[in-house]
Design a protein around this ligand. Sequence first.
Ligand code: NAD
Length: 585
Amino acid sequence: MTVLRGARERRVRSGGIDLCVVELGDPDRPTVLLVHGYPDSKEVWSEVAARLADRFHVVLYDVRGHGRSSAPVPLRGGFTLERLTDDFLAVADAVSPGRPVHLVGHDWGSVQCWEFVTVRRTEGRIASFTSLSGPSLDHFGHWINSRLKRPTPRRVGQLLGQGAKSWYICLLHTPVLPELAWRGPLGRRWPDILRRIEKVPGGGYPTASLPSDAAHGAWLYRDNVRPRLRRPRPDAHAHAPVQLITPLGDPFLSERLHDGLERWVPRLTRRTLPAGHWVPRTRPDRLADWITEFVTAVEDGRPRAVPRGRHADRFAGSLVLVTGAGSGIGRATALAFAASGARVLAVDRDAGTAARTAELCRRGGAPAAWAETVDVSDARAMERLAARVAADHGVVDILVNNAGIGLSGAFLDTTPEDWDQVLGVNLWGVIHGCRLFGRQMAERGQGGHIVNTASAAAFQPSRVLPAYSTSKAAVLMLSECLRAELADRGIGVTAVCPGIVNTNIASTARFAGVDAEEEKRRQERGARLYRMRDYPPEKVADAILDAVAHDRAVVPVTPEARGAHLLSRFLPGALRRLARVRPPL
Ligand code: NAD
């Protein structure tokens, strides 16, 4: 088993039950106790546990009736939250006597942990709790009651939405059938179902005990759900800090379930993740990072620096690489991610401006930021960069291929060297970024996002921008194709298409077919126009963060870009006529 290589196993007795407990890491370090859900055993945590074991004393146990723990006799009444709390206290006392533990629960593990962290008899035994995909039954009961008492259309919609996701709970309340299904065809097909629907990799998971885990675990529902939802405890307040990680694609739980959770949890940190239900298997890196950060902050007794930026719940701790980060849209994007708590790699061919962006990122909230000097059109240099980044920082979570240059002038004036230059940076730069960092993301198998900066010029033809527009149209199509290819790996791809944005691009753009003096005059004129338009790059950065958060495919930014995008779809003839207009020189 991948699982728990190097783990030490012990048995802990609790009310006649023999619990199988394993430990990794140094027992003198803070204890992180991982509690599995349904239908699972402790092995669901193996990938996360392996990533935490260097820093913490990591403890896992098979919940009663699961894995290698014994089952209560009779089963009915043997899985109440009270009994499960006894088990937790027995394990905590055995592995961490006298020192509170950091709980992490997934699915029913999280449901249990909510009980542990809200009942008085565990006070002083829990240092923190990280909750994944499993609500408190008490909070859930109050959530339902408040919606039934004041049923606005929105609240009824929320009830129905969660109801539709909870169908399986009714099935699990039927007698015998769940047991027969799990010990029969469902149990045999479950690993395949997980692989197909959630892309859960194999590797020793699920274990052979799955059918009996699932059959016994049905009693978790039967013993607890109805009584608690009918009579939720009025005082279910958490007595330790809680980190709530909400997978946005969870087929069993609605995000809305945690609305107003602050009422029950005074010290709450919210995180969101674009993933399905089995995140301990599909996103172990991100989980291990967030658990490490949260536990460390609680242990250090420091108030957590909560990033205030856009979608901070989503981006905090992520590794973001931005090319062309020394100026304009790239710098604004790097700073926006920094403000959201991401770690930022600022890449530019200009070492000074890249270093400055990294410094601004650190001051602006990034837990770490680094500068890299690379010409994105240089294949070998990009390969070296990708290898260095992987070795020093790991796999990039979000890649923004943004570096670009402007080139204006008629096609007949554009030389092969001009084409080489503009395609080299604007298209090949994007290709290199996608092929190198995209491959690393795909191989890691834990999702990610790629943003390519195209332009409104990608869908708006123009007699004066043939080379630039061609490069951007290619970036747009590349992004669309790549989006299709990487979708089933959980990697999103976005093409961002800004209109006229006030950056340095106009004053550095090249003009084909004119001498240096004329080029300078046109650059100054262009820069004046861009200044007059005065659309700030920060707004493009906001659109980029929104696009990643909502996994958007094509994002025109600025009103003129949105207008051109609409025309290109519904009135392309009008855009063609516009393309013929000769701009004043
Ligand atoms: P900018 O000139 O302010 O910034 C571009 C940055 O890219 C600079 O820091 C530059 O040093 C860097 N860069 C250029 N070539 C590079 C290379 N080969 N390797 C590494 N870095 C390189 O321009 P901007 O407006 O912020 O442009 C960013 C992106 O947005 C570009 O792809 C551009 O085509 C696109 N865009 C800009 C506008 C606009 O109106 N400003 C509109 C649509 C699209």
